[in-house]
Design a protein around this ligand. Structure first.
Ligand SMILES: [Fe+2]
Length: 195
């Protein structure tokens, strides 16, 4: 499982507008990128998730999913070390952990000296919003190192047939994951750009 993830992290991904842009070189930031669009928080956020970057630790059956990216402060000119990203999402069956002390499928990740971060988890399941299934998604909050909340959004997976019928999805937040729902899924160059 770990080796497969390591392979996934090395896979290429196509940039997506606004939220992600391909980097131009080892030391160069993106030349043009917009602030990441916000998206609703939803009803299942829990503060206080533990610091960790691997959420595939409960023995659940599911599709391994990896996400690698970078946080920038304004106009992509300034990577943001020490930013705190909170991720939370449904388990592979579509349920949130809203009560256990384990805070399953919830975490906090701190960016490194270049503002970079990674997340390994399992593909979130879909769940009902009223009578309609929401597309698979990952909730995100980004905080500056001083703890100021700067972004609340959600990430979606390209090709999800439930995107078209969902009232919340924004095109810029649909990420170009490679792989498939039955094998593995990965995306690189996910940029969170703070205004
Ligand atoms: Fe959700």
């Amino acid at each position: 499982m770990k080796n497969r993830r390591e392979v996934l992290v090395g896979m290429a991904a196509v940039a997506v507008t606004s939220c992600t842009k391909r980097r131009e070189g080892p030391e160069a930031g993106p030349s043009d990128c917009s602030a990441t669009d916000t998206n609703i928080e939803g009803p299942f956020y829990r503060p206080g998730a533990p610091e960790r970057s691997d959420l595939d630790q409960y023995g659940d059956a599911g599709t391994p999913l990896s996400l690698v990216g970078q946080v920038f402060e304004k106009s992509c000119a300034q990577p943001l070390p020490g930013a705190v990203i909170e991720f939370w999402h449904a388990n592979p069956e579509g349920g949130y952990d809203n009560s256990s002390p384990e805070m399953r499928y919830r975490c906090r990740v701190t960016t490194d000296d270049e503002g970079r971060f990674s997340l390994n988890t399992l593909l979130p399941g879909r769940y009902l919003n009223g009578e309609v299934l929401r597309p698979r998604h990952i909730h995100v909050k980004v905080f500056t190192p001083d703890g100021t909340e700067r972004l609340t959004t959600q990430l979606y997976m390209v090709g999800d047939p439930y995107i078209a019928g969902d009232p919340f999805v924004m095109p810029s937040l649909v990420l170009p994951f490679t792989g498939s729902e039955t094998t593995t899924m990965a995306v690189k160059d996910v940029l969170f750009v703070l205004t």
